[in-house]
Design a protein around this ligand. Structure first.
Ligand code: CP3
Length: 343
């Protein structure tokens, strides 16, 4: 059997057509997702019901034939597994009980206690590794420690990650302890996803862009490097994608500094710049602006071709620069795949 295209790109192979998948490919822009979510009742029940989570993971594969499926779950489930309260306010986003002191961080559950809560996620992975088409790669994931910490400290999403920055300044030792706890838990979580069938794992550091200078090194690079080193020692050859979103200049050398096989790029960097400065070190993923999935048209075709062309001389996985939004038109997604595959 020939190896799956995503795995070939992750090993550094330059393919005539880049493999393609899409962040948030299972999501509210799809009527079949909205129907299954309604059946589940709410978002967290969908995440924790393996048959339904597997079903929504498979929906975009059936409809579009993407080269990879990403496990349906959320980066914040691990907070719940560590003992925080988590719920989603409809139309607003996540809410959590906050963790803001050394004592509260100390009181979190140890890394090896997370698996009870996360057992349904592992069951979803098992179902998917049985049911996915043989050419489709299964991607597991977790949030990177800094991004997860920003939600745990603030108790919600924030525009500027202010509460996490404030704790980092007022009590750097406590903040480091939180990062260390999340790093340990993330290693065990991803390792278990791999044991039950994930073929690739991705670390989402959505708020990496708000870390500057030494903070970027300490809280984006260092935890990512430790997670990758430990995962690769437990699972030799495991391909790992890192997404330090909006890292800007921080993308340069990120693969070398962390051991990531692929760096995912947001759409604030031009593909030409990223080809010259990031793809020189290996595979990249990205980075079409998600807004084109709403607006479509000839401008979308042009932008897609620009991304494909810019990255054509090196290993590349086509993706958006961030998740597809609920207002997107599924017909634009179908057209994107057609253009990437030569239409
Ligand atoms: O990409 C996929 O299809 C896989 C599943 C996935 C989800 N969230 C499902 C989801 C993945 C990989 C994530 C990652 C995630 N979750 C991130 C990192 C990536 C990024 O977008 O920056 C973050 C920051 C979260 C936390 C989170 N989950 C927020 C802030 C929200 C609310 C905002 C929003 O988009 O609604 C969620 C909810 C969420 N996670 C939805 C989905 C499909 C929408 C929930 C719904 O159906 O109502």
């Amino acid at each position: 059997m020939t190896e799956k295209t995503i795995l070939r790109a992750l090993k550094g192979e330059v393919l005539p057509t880049p493999p393609i998948w899409m962040m948030r490919q299972a999501g509210r822009y799809l009527p079949e997702y909205r129907a299954t979510r309604a059946q589940a009742g709410d978002f967290l029940s969908l995440c924790y019901t393996p048959d339904l989570a597997a079903e929504v993971t498979l929906q975009p594969i059936r409809r579009f034939g993407f080269d990879a499926a990403i496990l349906f779950a959320d980066i914040l489930l691990i907070c719940q597994a560590l003992g925080a309260k988590l719920w989603f306010e409809t139309g607003e986003g996540p809410r959590l009980s906050t963790v803001t002191s050394a004592a509260e961080i100390e009181a979190l559950k140890p890394a090896d206690a997370i698996h009870d809560t996360l057992a349904p996620v592992y069951e979803t992975v098992r179902i998917l590794s049985r049911e996915l088409p043989k050419e489709t790669t299964l991607i597991g994931f977790a949030g990177a420690p800094w991004t997860v910490a920003t939600y745990m400290v603030a108790g919600r999403g924030t525009r500027d990650q202010g509460p996490a920055h404030a704790l980092k300044t007022s009590d750097r030792a406590a903040f480091q302890a939180l990062i260390d706890r999340l790093t340990d838990a993330t290693i065990d979580y991803l390792s278990m996803q791999v044991q039950v069938g994930a073929e690739v794992v991705k670390l989402f550091d959505s708020w990496a862009g708000s870390l500057k200078g030494q903070d970027f090194t300490d809280f984006a690079v260092a935890p990512t490097a430790r997670i990758i080193a430990e995962l690769k020692s437990r699972h030799p050859g495991l391909p790992i994608i890192a997404f330090p979103r909006e890292a800007g200049q921080g993308y340069v050398g990120f693969a070398r500094a962390t051991g990531a096989d692929c760096v995912a790029l947001d759409n604030s960097v031009s593909p030409e710049w990223a080809a010259a400065n990031v793809q020189v070190d290996g595979c990249v993923q990205g980075n079409l602006a998600p807004g084109y999935m709403v607006t479509g048209g000839p401008e979308m075709d042009t932008a897609i071709r620009q991304v494909v062309r810019a990255f054509a001389k090196g290993p590349h996985i086509f993706n958006l620069g961030h998740g597809i939004t609920p207002e997107a038109d599924p017909d634009n997604v179908a057209r994107m795949i057609e253009v990437v595959r030569g239409g």
